[in-house]
Every structure is written in structure tokens, then in C-alpha cells.
Design a protein around this ligand. Structure first.
Ligand code: SAM
Length: 280
């Protein structure tokens, strides 16, 4: 539970020069507030502020939290969803269990990990799919932006398979241009789409958040409905439709997807534009 306050985070998304980082942390009111509220990360306030404005987490709601470590957003989601809710948190990095949430360690872009999440949801649909996923920065602004949009796409594709009608989607992205296309895509699926920069998001950071409200699922055929029913029946039989009171820490071995690797390296090659650092 020490993440934000006593140790430097290990993921590259957090990395900054040590002196500057420490000075910034010492002055940051959200760092102090996070400590006072027992949040594991100041980023908890970003989701909390979005929720205060748009009410994206209903009491008793089902939340899928992508890119969850060290667990600030998960803490906010559990506190709001409460006992009848169900919160599933996923991250590449290991995270200490959050009471009342299921934590999965693995790459959210892997189907295996996504299926694990679906198994935990069982027959329940999600009220919110949120993503605070951030790529390991390469120091190349456009490459980082492209990778961040890829994470958003992955979260959205998944959201389409689990969101309830009227459900919400929140995703962090790094500004760079192509978020405009992503926004257009969101507008075809949701009643309302907003771009937000909550107060807790540092002014100098290039991050922004899409908040999409009122999911409108594409009507699928009767056969597809039946297939889905069958699948979730099988999941329940295998004992994976679980209540909130059961806490599961699942280690998932993640194999690199060859196609994804190839796409990454093509992107890195393509985006040889001027470097700019992202600060979260
Ligand atoms: C800014 S941090 C999240 C902070 C978290 N929301 C909180 O409040 O504590 C971004 C996280 O995204 C995770 N991440 C990046 N790519 C991911 C992926 N493909 N699958 C799962 N997690 C990923 C990183 O490991 C990192 O922990």
C-alpha cells in the first residue's frame, strides 16, 4: 500500500527525473489528498471527479477497470459500487488486492485475459468500462500517442461485448490527433460523448479522457443471442460467475501476440516525428 508515497513507481508510464518528480510530488495537493483519503494513487481523483460530474458508477454497479495498478481507480469504483456491485481490475503489473474487487494480472489486449474478465462477470453486464491504461513511453510523442489510442481501441472493442444498454465508457488517451477519429467512433455507439480534463489531471500533461454515456448496443441476431447465452451458461457451470464477496487474485500467463508485435514495430518505424514527453 506504499505505492504513491514512499516508493517510485516502476512502470515507465510514471518515470520522470527523480529530483523533479519528488519536488512535484511534495507540492501536489492531490498527493496529500490521496494520502489523507487512503488512496493508492493521486489518479483516483481523476475518476472520482469524472464520476462526480457524470455519475458513471452506479451503486450496485458492475465496473471493469483496465490498467488498474496500483489501484486508485479500483478503490473509487469499489467505494461507489458497494456490496452489491462487482469490480474487476486488470493490469500488466501485480497489484495488492483491493478489498471487494477481483484483480487480474495480465495484458488487457490479450483475449485470454478478456475472457477471464467475462467469466467473472458471468451473466451480469457492465455499467462502466474504464481505462486508465498508459503505454510504456518511448519518448516519441506520436508513437506514444498511437500506442495509447491502440489501448483505447482495445478497451472499446471489449466494452462493446460487455456493456449494458445505457452503460458508460471512460478512457484516457494521450493527445496527438487521431483521438478525433476515436471520438467519432464513440459517437456512433453512445448517446453523449465528452472530452474531459479533470482538475486532478496535471495541466502540463498531454492526457485527456473520453467520457461516453448511454451505450447503444448494436442489435444482434437471435442466433447470436443464443450463442451468448450458451457461452455464459458454460462460464457459470465452470464456477466463474462470482459475487463481490469472493476475492480472486489470478495470475495469467500472457503470450505476446505476434501480429501485435509486428504492428508495434511498424508503428515505431513510421512515427519518427519529434520527441515530446508525456507527463501523467
Ligand atoms: C496510470 S497507470 C493506472 C493507475 C490506476 N488507474 C490507479 O488509479 O491506480 C497505467 C497502468 O496501465 C497499465 N497498462 C498499460 N498497458 C496495459 C495493458 N495492455 N494491459 C493492462 N494494463 C496495462 C500499466 O501497467 C499501468 O499500471
Amino acid at each position: 500500500m506504499t505505492f504513491l508515497f514512499s516508493i517510485r513507481p516502476v512502470h515507465a508510464a510514471y518515470s520522470t527525473s527523480s529530483k523533479g518528480w519528488m519536488m512535484r510530488q511534495a507540492k501536489d495537493p492531490y498527493v496529500k489528498a490521496a494520502k489523507a483519503n487512503m488512496y493508492r494513487a493521486r489518479s483516483a481523483f481523476k475518476l472520482s471527479q469524472i464520476d462526480q460530474k457524470y455519475r458513471v458508477i452506479p451503486h450496485g454497479g458492475v465496473v471493469v477497470d483496465c490498467g488498474a495498478a496500483p489501484g486508485g481507480w479500483t478503490q473509487v469504483a469499489v467505494a461507489k459500487a458497494q456490496k452489491k456491485g462487482l469490480v474487476v481490475a486488470v493490469d500488466l503489473l501485480p497489484m495488492d488486492p483491493v478489498s471487494g474487487a477481483h484483480c487480474i494480472k495480465g495484458d488487457f489486449m490479450s483475449l485470454k485475459v478478456q475472457n477471464k474478465v467475462k467469466a467473472l462477470l458471468g451473466r451480469r453486464k457492465a455499467d462502466l468500462v474504464c481505462s486508465d491504461m498508459a503505454p510504456s513511453f518511448m519518448g516519441n510523442h506520436m508513437a506514444d500517442h498511437a500506442r495509447s489510442m491502440e489501448l483505447c481501441e482495445s478497451a472499446l472493442t471489449f466494452a462493446q461485448t460487455v456493456l449494458a444498454t445505457n452503460g458508460c465508457f471512460v478512457a484516457k488517451f494521450l493527445m496527438g490527433g487521431t483521438e478525433v477519429e476515436f471520438r467519432r467512433k464513440l459517437q456512433t455507439m453512445f448517446l453523449k460523448v465528452k472530452q474531459e480534463k479533470p482538475d486532478a489531471s496535471r495541466k502540463q500533461s498531454t492526457e485527456g479522457f473520453f467520457v461516453a454515456l448511454g451505450y447503444r448496443p448494436i442489435k444482434q441476431s437471435k442466433e447470436e443471442d443464443e450463442e451468448d447465452e450458451e457461452e455464459s451458461g458454460l462460464r457459470l457451470e465452470s464456477g466463474l460467475g462470482l459475487g463481490l464477496e469472493v476475492k480472486v487474485e489470478t495470475e495469467i500467463e500472457v503470450k505476446e501476440n505476434e501480429q501485435k508485435d509486428q504492428k508495434d514495430s511498424e508503428e515505431a518505424e513510421f512515427n519518427s516525428i519529434q520527441p515530446k514527453k508525456h507527463i501523467l
